[in-house]
Design a protein around this ligand. Structure first.
Ligand SMILES: [Zn+2]
Length: 426
């Protein structure tokens, strides 16, 4: 691989010319960006399908392209952006950092490794060509490809499963990014959400360290497939799910859903080792079989996919989340006596995480509702709010939550979902 800071095939004596030519290129870019006419000389535009992949640590990037057909000098370059916030126009190339990641392309292999990149920086890469016209060198700004070639986010670290005692005989198992409530009785154990066979085996092994009693009851927190698998690991357990689960399970095409042994509609009280475990239905939340598991004496609550600590649920996972329903559930349970609040995808059980999310859902509702009301009043009907779907998610901000994880990527989707729940019902 050629070094990013050398000019393959170009003798040192020619480099000042190349430098000057690059300045011309940049001027040309600016000219194009400004919308003024630029007399392109030489071969017509040729798309070489340039793309770049940044290494996971952000220190290098591999550029690839298809070999061009035009018999000319063609170049790939990388430069810094003038600032991370600069718009993607010709002016946002920082010419002082122009890298000679250049390559004689015609008929050449189409990969180039660019090294020594700063992981914190965003770069611009592009494709241009050198033409000879009337005896002069002319740089042709064929195409500028704008990144992101930002570093790929590091994959979340897989933690060893943990089993934390919350009260006598009551545990929080966290493994494979998912929580389960574990309630140990003399003759049997209640668990929530085995999730899948692998996680179910891990859960079973952790329970065996505490008790020799078998798992006799499995409560499914809601109908989503990432929570309901793995029940086969506990073949003697009764599987309980809200009555809305079955209609959803009937639509399964993967063969992943379990047989449900018992359902409930509003409330079901179970007793495990003398402890009361209430299953409560407060309406749709994440999905429409959202079950709240509550142990009033121990002041322990377990919910699934309702919130994460100081983090917005990513947009991929909010399509089936009922936002006014979730707000209703969170407000309702926040008034119960709670010492520990287990939620599906967080390791902590501090009720503060729940309370902060109650505030978030209320603030989001309070920001969206008046806008919907005004649009409906102005139009004289609910249809007046429909157009907000295309504008409000791009304009509304809740600065108080900008420091929460995923705010930049997920907040517009949250506005969409709250809007839809208010004017459409879901
Ligand atoms: Zn879910």
């Amino acid at each position: 691989m050629p070094n990013a800071n050398t000019l393959p095939h170009i003798p040192p004596a020619a480099r000042p010319i190349i430098l000057a030519a690059i300045v011309l290129l940049l001027l040309a870019c600016v000219t194009v960006a400004a919308g003024r006419a630029y007399a392109q000389t030489g071969a017509p535009s040729e798309d070489v399908g340039l793309s770049a992949t940044r290494s996971a640590d952000g220190t290098s990037a591999t550029l690839t392209w298809t070999p061009p057909t035009q018999p000319s000098y063609q170049w790939i370059f990388v430069a810094d952006k003038v600032s991370p916030d600069a718009p993607n126009t010709g002016q946002s190339i920082d010419s002082s950092t122009f890298r000679y990641a250049a390559q004689l392309l015609s008929g050449s292999a189409g990969t180039l490794l660019v090294e020594n990149l700063d992981p914190a920086k965003e770069y611009v890469y592009g494709h241009t060509s050198l033409q000879i016209s009337d005896g002069k060198f002319v740089w042709t700004p064929w195409a500028i490809y704008w990144p992101p070639i930002k570093p790929a986010p590091a994959p979340p670290a897989m933690q060893m499963p943990t089993m934390t005692m919350l009260d006598d005989g009551v545990y929080h198992y966290f493994g494979f990014f998912t929580s389960s409530l574990v309630v140990v009785g003399d003759d049997g154990v209640l668990v929530t959400d085995p999730s899948n066979n692998g996680r179910g085996q891990s859960l079973k092994a952790e329970i065996a360290k505490i008790t020799s009693a078998p798992v006799t009851t499995i409560v499914l927190s809601h109908e989503h497939y990432d929570h309901v698998g793995g029940t086969g690991v506990f073949p003697d357990a009764e599987v309980i799910c809200h009555i809305n689960c079955q209609a959803n399970f009937d639509l399964d095409t993967l063969g992943d859903v379990p047989e449900v042994d018992r359902t409930f509609s509003d409330r079901l009280d179970l007793t495990v080792g003398g402890k009361t475990v209430q299953l409560r239905y407060l309406g749709p939340g994440d999905g429409d079989a959202t079950t709240i598991v509550y142990m009033p004496a121990e002041q322990i609550i377990a919910t699934a996919d309702m919130y994460e600590p100081r983090s917005l649920t990513e947009k991929n996972w909010v399509h089936d989340k009922h936002f006014t329903g979730t707000r209703h559930i969170l407000n309702t349970i926040s008034k119960w006596d709670i010492k520990h609040a287990i939620n599906a995808h967080s390791t902590g059980t501090d009720p503060v995480d729940l309370m902060e999310n109650v505030a978030y859902y209320n603030d989001l509702y309070d920001a969206v509702k008046p806008v919907v009301d005004a649009a409906i009043a102005q139009a004289g009907g609910a249809f007046g709010a429909y157009g907000l779907y295309n504008t409000l998610p791009q304009t509304l901000e809740l600065p108080k939550y900008q420091s929460w994880a995923n705010y930049d990527t997920a907040f517009p989707s949250h506005v969409e979902r709250m809007l839809l729940a208010i004017y459409h019902g879901d």
